[in-house]
Design a protein around this ligand. Structure first.
Ligand code: GLU
Length: 294
């Protein structure tokens, strides 16, 4: 509705399994927030972690988005094809003396009372001292970051641990890739699930360290699993979205987000339902409570 605000949003699924209701609600919320603000909505496949990925999951996710009318702008991006950009960013941070090789487990760091008391942080930045299997960490523990979340309001976070940007198994870390890509794609608004709220401070710090203006963050409510305590996920056997019931799924997700689709809307084409919803999308109407679907 407000075309004056530059808006590039995105949905960034990891292909570890098909979409379930929680991830569909996030996709829908980010799509509607972008569309209602006259923005673009991109999709980026975060296929960064092959051991955790499920064969065929990326295609299933894309098929679900398409059958639900959630069409993205421009070309789809795949993180697996963007390694050169991550490597380049690591090289730049290394040159600036901000990265160091770490061989500690999280438990060891906790037992030592933080990084400062450990040898790794005190070592020469940028060198692994000839040892294999280093995790590469960005010096940031203790930094305070604040932001105003679109739904959760003022947030103050203190970064607890030096963020791992490259893992001990040699894979690029989510925290590195997500920020590098959000900067590269010019993302202005990140609308995603509240399970990622706690990592936002560290991501915001990385945006600023890389010389970028952090985007606006907004964290949507989580669909909780059967025990009511954990979010719906592959681990608690969340059922995959049934692509044959797109209308019903969209209306259920809309109701979860706090909107009231009229009876019968679920029988309309997904594009019609999305148009109905985009015309009524109001951020203040979103129900912020993490809860089960019914
Ligand atoms: N790929 C991440 C996930 O599926 C989401 C990344 C993000 O939205 O920042 O949990």
């Amino acid at each position: 509705m407000n075309n004056a605000i530059p808006y590039i949003g995105r949905f960034a699924p990891s292909p570890t399994g098909p979409l379930h209701f929680g991830s569909l609600a996030c996709a829908l919320g980010s799509y509607l927030d972008a569309t209602a603000h006259g923005g673009q909505w991109l999709v980026r496949m975060e296929d960064l972690d092959p051991p955790r990925e499920e064969p065929g999951a990326a295609d299933r996710i894309l098929h679900t988005l398409e059958t639900h009318g959630l069409h993205w702008h421009g070309a789809l991006e795949w993180q697996s094809r963007r390694h050169a950009l991550y490597e380049d960013t690591l090289a730049k941070l290394t040159e600036r003396g901000l990265l160091y090789a770490c061989y500690c487990t999280r438990a060891q760091i906790r037992a030592a009372g933080g990084h400062d008391n450990l040898n790794c942080r005190g070592g020469t930045p940028g060198t692994d001292n000839g040892r294999a299997n280093a995790a590469w960490r960005l010096k940031c523990a203790g930094v305070a970051e604040s932001f105003i979340d679109l739904w959760r309001g003022e947030q103050h976070q203190q970064i607890g641990e030096d963020t791992i940007l490259k893992r001990r198994d040699g894979l690029y870390a989510y925290q590195l890739a997500v920020v590098v890509d959000d900067i590269d794609q010019g993302i202005t608004h990140i609308v995603r699930g509240a399970d990622l709220l706690d990592t936002t401070g560290a991501q915001q710090f990385l945006f600023r360290t890389l010389g970028a203006v952090p985007p606006q963050f907004g964290h949507l409510p989580l669909v909780m699993g059967p025990d009511g305590r954990q979010k719906l996920s592959k681990q608690n056997h969340a059922p995959a979205i049934d692509d044959h019931r797109a209308g019903e799924n969209l209306c259920t997700a809309l109701a979860f987000l706090g909107f009231r689709p009229p009876a019968g809307l679920e029988r309309e084409a997904p594009e019609h339902i999305l148009k109905w919803a985009a015309a009524r999308w109001q951020r203040q109407q979103v129900d912020r409570r993490d809860r089960q679907l019914h």
